[in-house]
Design a protein around this ligand. Structure first.
Ligand code: NI
Length: 135
C-alpha cells in the first residue's frame, strides 16, 4: 500500500453501529478498509456523473410483480426512453419476485435520472446502478 494518512471522523452512535454492521456483513477486515472502498466508489460515481457523455451501465432491480400497475409503469418508463435502453433481462425469481437487469447507454446524467425514476417506483425492493464504461 502506498503511504497512508490518518484522519478522524465524527459520527452519530447509531450511524456508527450501522456502519459496523455493514463492515461485518461486507467482510471488511477493518473500518479503514470499508471507508477506502466507499470513498473510491463515491468518487468514481461523482466523476462519472459530472462529465461522461457516453456512459454504459447496468441497473439491477428486484420487484414484486403483483404490485398494482408496477409492471406497466416499468414498461412505460422504458418505452419513453428507448434511446437509453439497450437490453433488458428478466428473471422470474419466485412466485412473487422478478429480477431485471437493464443495460443502459447514454449521457451519464440521463442514465442517473432514468435509474432514479425506475428505482423510485413503489414496489421496487432494490435497485443498483453500476457503471460499466465511459469514454
Ligand atoms: Ni417475472
Amino acid at each position: 500500500m502506498s503511504e497512508v494518512v490518518r484522519f478522524s471522523v465524527s459520527l452519530e452512535p447509531e450511524l456508527l453501529a450501522q456502519f459496523d454492521r455493514y463492515c461485518k456483513e461486507g467482510k471488511f477486515a477493518t473500518r479503514s478498509e470499508a471507508v477506502r472502498q466507499l470513498v473510491r466508489e463515491a468518487l468514481t460515481v461523482h466523476a462519472w456523473e459530472s462529465d461522461a457523455h457516453d456512459a454504459a451501465a447496468t441497473l439491477t432491480i428486484v420487484y414484486d410483480h403483483h404490485r398494482t400497475r408496477l409492471t406497466d409503469k416499468l414498461l412505460e418508463l422504458q418505452h419513453r426512453h428507448p434511446e437509453l435502453i439497450v437490453s433488458t433481462m428478466h428473471v422470474h425469481l419466485d412466485h412473487d419476485n422478478c429480477l431485471e437487469v437493464i443495460v443502459l447507454r447514454g449521457g451519464a446524467g440521463a442514465l442517473q435520472k432514468m435509474a432514479s425514476e425506475l428505482r423510485g417506483l413503489k414496489g421496487i425492493h432494490k435497485g443498483q446502478l453500476v457503471l460499466a464504461k465511459t469514454r
